[in-house]
Design a protein around this ligand. Structure first.
Ligand SMILES: [Zn+2]
Length: 386
């Protein structure tokens, strides 16, 4: 890969022909139309939501360095921003009066700045590395830089590596904050649209967790209907089975649950009643497990992380059981005591026993001392497996 350091390009040059897409929050073009600011593999413009827009302009006014900017030379006198897109967009937005900075306690737009300050900004040269190389060289290198601003996350890197018509279409659907479905989807999917979390989720579901492979396979597809259809099937299924949108449903592994359970019938009313019961149950420690627990037929109580007896309760019950058993000359494990084995009269140590719900939690037994008995390990395990 060939690189050339350029120091003569100024803010004025970059901002000539600057185009900003307000809807998508993207800087698009600059350098008199010869520069593509946001190529396909770049992340969405992230500074817009923060104070960093202002910071970039203040750095220029204070003559602080803005850091290196990287251009990819795509043709003669044609460039794409490889790194520095956010800084360039901040500069372009300021010069075109899209936001104000604070000076002497007052908001100041570019057009309202003193002439000498305007000139100072426009004449500021940028430190630009121009890179020339094959697509794979540039991409491999881009993967390693991640220099300024927010580091790219995994999906953003994958978008860079597999850029093409498929990623373009997929981003228009799943990384587009103007998409009216986003609000509905965010009940089930956590993360941010602009950081590609929804796209990552859609891809994870359709690919059964093989995102990279799927993207590579479909890279040049001009159709994303499989991705969309699968995604919508999952969302329709979840919202059909669970009519209550509790906050705990957000970010669950809906793709996996869909794969496992979507062929089973559920009665939404019964499901909803069960959800409410379990939400009201003080012994359920893990509410996020409620949904899979119900889907699986209310069998796997491990998913709920049901509250267990505390040490003081166990000790009290152990002492009482042991005193009664010793007086009666039988084992302090009530199940050993009624058995026919050698352990009929065995007094177990507390460390050799476990606490058990006399009537099981899953059939309404409470986790309090009246429902606690100590069993030897073997009997407790045998009971738990029934
Ligand atoms: Zn026993």
């Amino acid at each position: 890969m060939k690189t050339t350091l350029r120091t003569e390009i100024t803010v004025r040059d970059i901002c000539d022909g600057f185009v900003y897409n307000e809807l998508e929050g993207k800087g698009l073009f600059g350098l008199s139309g010869r520069l593509v600011i946001q190529p396909e593999y770049q992340r969405n413009y992230i500074y817009a939501e923060s104070k960093r827009d202002v910071t970039v302009i203040e750095s220029i006014l204070n003559r602080y360095p803005l850091g290196l900017i990287y251009f990819n030379k795509v043709a003669d006198d044609r460039f794409e921003v490889l790194d520095g897109q956010q800084r360039i967009t901040s500069i372009g937005r300021y010069v075109t009066d899209k936001f104000a900075i604070q000076r002497d306690g007052k908001p100041q737009y570019f057009s309202g700045l003193a002439k000498d300050l305007q000139e100072l900004i426009l004449d500021t040269p940028l430190l630009i590395y121009e890179c020339e190389g094959t697509e794979s060289e540039i991409k491999a290198w881009f993967k390693t830089i991640n220099i300024a601003g927010v580091p790219l996350n995994e999906q953003e890197l994958l978008n860079a590596v597999y850029s093409g018509p498929f990623v373009t279409l997929a981003k228009a659907e799943f990384s587009n904050s103007q998409n009216a479905n986003i609000q509905k989807w965010s009940a089930y999917i956590s993360g941010s649209v602009s950081r590609q979390d929804f796209l990552a989720c859609a891809l994870r579901w359709v690919s059964r967790d093989n995102i990279g492979q799927y993207m590579s396979l479909h890279r040049f597809d001009t159709d994303i209907s499989e991705l969309k259809t699968y995604f919508n099937s999952v969302i329709d299924w979840v919202s059909g089975v669970f009519s209550d949108v509790e906050k705990e449903v957000c970010g669950l592994e809906w793709g996996r649950l869909y794969e496992t359970y979507h062929n089973q019938p559920y009665n939404p009313k019964e499901v909803s009643d069960k959800v409410h019961d379990l939400y009201a149950d003080p012994y359920v420690k893990n509410r996020r497990g409620i949904f899979e627990y119900i889907l699986g037929g209310c069998a796997d109580t491990k998913l709920l992380d049901v509250r267990v007896f505390d040490e003081a309760t166990k000790r009290t019950v152990y002492n009482r059981q042991t005193a009664e058993a010793t007086a009666a000359g039988v084992s302090n494990c009530p199940l050993c005591a009624i058995g026919h084995e050698a352990n009929r009269t065995k007094i177990w140590k507390i460390g050799e026993m476990d606490a058990d719900h006399v009537s099981a939690w899953s059939t309404g037994g409470a986790t309090d001392i009246r429902n606690c008995q100590m069993l030897c390990r073997t009997h407790n395990r045998a009971k738990g497996n029934r």
